[in-house]
Design a protein around this ligand. Structure first.
Ligand SMILES: Cc1cc2nc3c(=O)[nH]c(=O)nc-3n(C[C@H](O)[C@H](O)[C@H](O)COP(=O)(O)OP(=O)(O)OC[C@H]3O[C@@H](n4cnc5c(N)ncnc54)[C@H](O)[C@@H]3O)c2cc1C
Length: 396
């Protein structure tokens, strides 16, 4: 009987364990934490954005994003859905393609994966940190490195998988935090801490527009968070790693252009002459943001509506649509959802996920140099690569 040791009881390791056992192998999972699937449990704010209905290599980043093609072809959305149904995990497919468990609870996903594996005879060793892969190869014959990435240390994130890979001669593509908050070099941003708006964030690399994302923008003590920020963070993090100078331009009101906004301010100023400029702005944006924006422009909050001239209006409108901040860094691996970089996929067989450097050694999930967009793509690759390993082991 084929013996398989899986290092890591996270998303990719659990899925891999289930299919290895289904294909007839004796499977043991080694997990350093006291329980498996800690990242699944917190994912999607406790709801787990489990996959996406629309999957293609364009949703992934890495030195070779098309590496994902074989795995997604064999275990894409349809195959995942069939598997989920089989284990009784019903899915809620959103209009934009994001998929959640129907229960709306990440706990359902973690529990069903674990009990399915146990029912198939998979043996779990929790509180067991693996340090010696060569020994495991001798005792088990086949070893799967499913140790994830450095993101979210408190949930078990580390770089063990990369260290293991290096022992076998693998190249590591430099890692960086992704889907992460950004630090801004600004004296006023902390004053807006807690204020949230729906807007647009444009990443500026060496002062040139790079990419724009729309969605929630949440100001914090150190900078900015929110979905729009997480979405541009992958490119921001790579640019920072390459020592490029980066900034963000925040558009607080993407539905307006500068002229419409100026006209609106003038109109309110005319109809409400006793209003202050702050009173006019709070009809458009959260008050903490409005006060900081005026402070940044060195405009007194008490300027009367009747004093608001065209020059002042234009200045305010431009700042609301293109408020620029220098980015000093990211909020780091501890707070990142995922990590980019990792084991170079050019040294891995994309069909079986077996190492091209060491026979019987396999990799799956985030330890590899593949990172997905926000929207269920990271789990999608964890499932697909875990399945590819199981298929690869079965066919060997
Ligand atoms: C807060 C948060 C929210 C997220 N939300 C989503 C989401 O909604 N949708 C989505 O697609 N993705 C989401 N992600 C990303 C997703 O969780 C990961 O991409 C996915 O879990 C990666 O699976 P993996 O198996 O590669 O690694 P992991 O799930 O991290 O599993 C790796 C396991 O290996 C263990 N391990 C590490 N080293 C050793 C060792 N030496 N010995 C034994 N065990 C070891 C770890 O403890 C861990 O349990 C989120 C991540 C975070 C942090």
């Amino acid at each position: 009987m084929t013996k398989v040791a899986i290092i890591g009881g996270g998303a990719s390791g659990l899925l891999c364990a289930i299919f290895c056992a289904k294909f007839g192998a004796h499977v043991e999972v080694y997990e350093q934490n006291n329980k498996c699937a800690k990242k699944i449990l917190v994912s999607g704010n406790g709801r787990c954005n489990i996959t996406n209905r629309n999957l293609s290599h364009n949703d992934f980043f890495g030195a070779n994003p098309s590496f994902v093609n074989d795995a997604l072809k064999n275990f894409g959305f349809k195959e995942f859905e069939r598997f989920a149904l089989e284990i009784g995990l019903l899915l809620d497919i959103k209009e934009d393609g994001r998929v959640y468990p129907l229960s709306n609870e990440a706990k359902s996903v973690a529990k069903l994966l674990q009990v399915t594996a146990e029912n198939l005879g998979v043996i779990f060793h929790t509180d067991t940190k693996i340090t010696n892969v060569k020994k495991l190869l001798q005792t088990h014959g086949k070893v799967v490195i499913a140790t994830g990435s450095e993101a979210a240390h408190h949930l078990g994130g580390n770089s063990d998988g990369q260290s293991f890979a290096k022992e076998f001669g693998h190249t590591i593509i430099p890692t960086y935090p992704s889907l992460v908050q950004l630090h801004l070099n600004s004296k006023i941003v902390h004053k807006m801490s807690g204020a949230k708006t729906d807007g647009e964030v444009t990443l500026l690399v060496n002062n040139k527009k790079d990419s724009t994302c729309r969605g929630d923008i949440l100001f914090t003590d150190y900078g900015v968070s929110g979905f729009a920020v997480l979405d541009i963070s992958q490119r921001a993090s790579v640019a920072l790693m390459n020592s490029q100078s980066i900034g963000v331009s925040i558009n607080l009101l993407p539905k307006f252009n500068a002229q419409q906004l100026s006209e609106h301010i003038v109109k309110v100023a005319k109809s409400m002459p006793k209003f202050s400029i702050l009173d006019i702005l709070v009809g458009l944006i959260p008050i903490k943001i409005a006060t900081s924006l005026l402070d940044d422009l060195k405009i007194s909050h008490g300027v009367q509506a009747k004093e608001v001239d065209l020059k002042l209006t234009k200045k305010i409108a431009n700042q609301m649509l293109n408020w620029r901040f220098e980015v000093s860094g990211t909020h780091g691996f501890r707070h990142a959802e995922v990590s980019g970089g990792g084991v170079d996929t050019r040294e891995i067989n994309p069909k079986t996920m077996e190492s091209l450097k060491q026979k019987n050694l396999y990799f799956c999930g985030e330890v590899l140099d593949i990172v997905g967009r926000r929207g269920g793509y990271n789990f999608a690759f964890a499932w697909a690569s875990g399945y590819a390993v199981a298929k690869g082991i079965a066919s060997s």
